[in-house]
Design a binder for this molecule. Structure first.
Ligand SMILES: [Zn+2]
Ligand SMILES: [Zn+2]
Length: 358
């Protein structure tokens, strides 16, 4: 039985094109005890592969986190399969706001120690003791409350292109880092402030809300289904949209437009722009924001050095890379000293100060 991808991304893209069928991009997650992640992984691979599912899915003892696309025609069959699995019966599916048939080009289902790399030791607190889940309407009410501190639980390169109005957007590279910063900055307000948080699809807030309750915060709320579900409810119910800019997503689309505002700038020239790109130099691949003019002038690279290397014959580039690890691991994602217009994000103190003065 074939349990792994056999096609390259290029071959897959050609097949999708040829099939001419509309695909649906969606995501979901569920914390649940999975006894045998390896076996579970193989079971779902067999069924989903037949349903032409493509995507990135993590399975762990603690649950499943899935981001995927599939032919719209197969949606009912897919839903039926999910419902046939006890802990996934009725699971909320976050349907993408902006659809793109090429959002995923491979089916990768991986067994991992965790479904989100959270850097937390689970034994220290009870993950099921979560914050209060709120829908878009309640969320809008809460963030208008003067006793609310609204915190973006995502990383700097995500909130840079879009976030809720008046949200605190910690300037962090990892989820773990932001937990510590938020706790430290809000230690005087564990009981008197509403700690309201949100993330892309809700999964990070599941852990974060339990963590903050464990740390003594009394009024912890989280946006159910994250920004994706918020945008859906806002448009379905005609609510006020308090999100500005784009929602960063982890597939080929890179983002979805939630409002027409462009809140970020090209990291090279400062022009209004909110399009992320990866530096074309294979030894770099830095994720950064680049406008069309800079893209052309810099040959899709983040620096003159990268541009020079990228222009070399492939064999020479390979020789240069030899013995060097990839310099831009997760901790350098979207950061580099040579990008003059990389935005400094606001810290919590600043936001609280502005609020008390207002
Ligand atoms: Zn530019
Ligand atoms: Zn570069």
């Amino acid at each position: 039985m074939q349990l792994y991808n056999t096609l390259s991304a290029k071959e897959r893209a050609a097949l999708i094109e040829e099939a001419g069928k509309d695909r649906l991009t969606l995501s979901f997650y569920k914390y649940a005890k999975i006894q045998n992640p390896r076996e579970f992984r193989d079971q779902i691979f067999i069924v989903w592969d037949q349903l032409e599912v493509l995507g990135r899915i993590y399975v762990a003892y603690e649950g499943i986190n899935a981001q995927l696309s599939l032919p719209a025609d197969n949606f009912e069959a897919f839903k039926e399969h999910l419902d046939s699995i006890d802990f996934l019966n009725g699971v909320r599916l976050n349907i993408a706001i902006e659809q793109d048939n090429m959002s995923f080009l491979k089916l990768k289902i991986k067994v991992r120690p965790k479904i989100v790399a959270d850097g937390l030791n689970d034994d220290t607190f009870d993950v099921t003791n979560k914050g209060v889940h709120v829908d878009a309407q309640k969320f809008n009410e809460l963030i208008d409350d003067e006793n609310t501190v609204l915190v973006d639980m995502r990383n700097h390169y995500e909130s840079e292109i879009g976030h809720f109005k008046n949200a605190v957007t910690p300037d962090v590279d990892t989820f773990r880092e932001s937990l510590d910063i938020i706790e430290e900055d809000l230690k005087e307000h564990k009981e008197d402030k509403n700690l309201v948080m949100y993330c892309t699809g809700g999964i990070r807030c599941e852990k974060a809300s339990a963590y903050f309750k464990h740390k003594g915060f009394k009024r912890v709320y989280q946006l159910e289904g994250g920004i994706i579900e918020y945008a859906r409810q806002v448009s379905a119910q005609g609510l006020e949209n308090k999100y500005i800019g784009k929602n960063f997503v982890f597939d080929e689309r890179r983002s979805e437009k939630i409002s027409d505002d462009i809140i970020a700038h090209c990291h090279q020239c400062g022009a209004p722009c909110d399009i992320h790109t990866n530096c074309a130099n294979d030894a770099c691949h830095l994720l950064f924001i680049q406008c069309d003019a800079c893209k052309e002038a810099m040959d899709n690279c983040c620096s003159e050095t990268c541009k020079e290397i990228h222009a070399l014959p492939y064999e020479e580039q390979k020789a240069l890379r030899k013995g060097q690890g990839n310099s831009n691991d997760i901790f350098k994602k979207g950061r580099a000293d040579h990008l003059p217009y990389k935005k400094d994000l606001r810290n919590i103190f600043e936001v609280l100060k502005n609020k008390s003065q207002a």
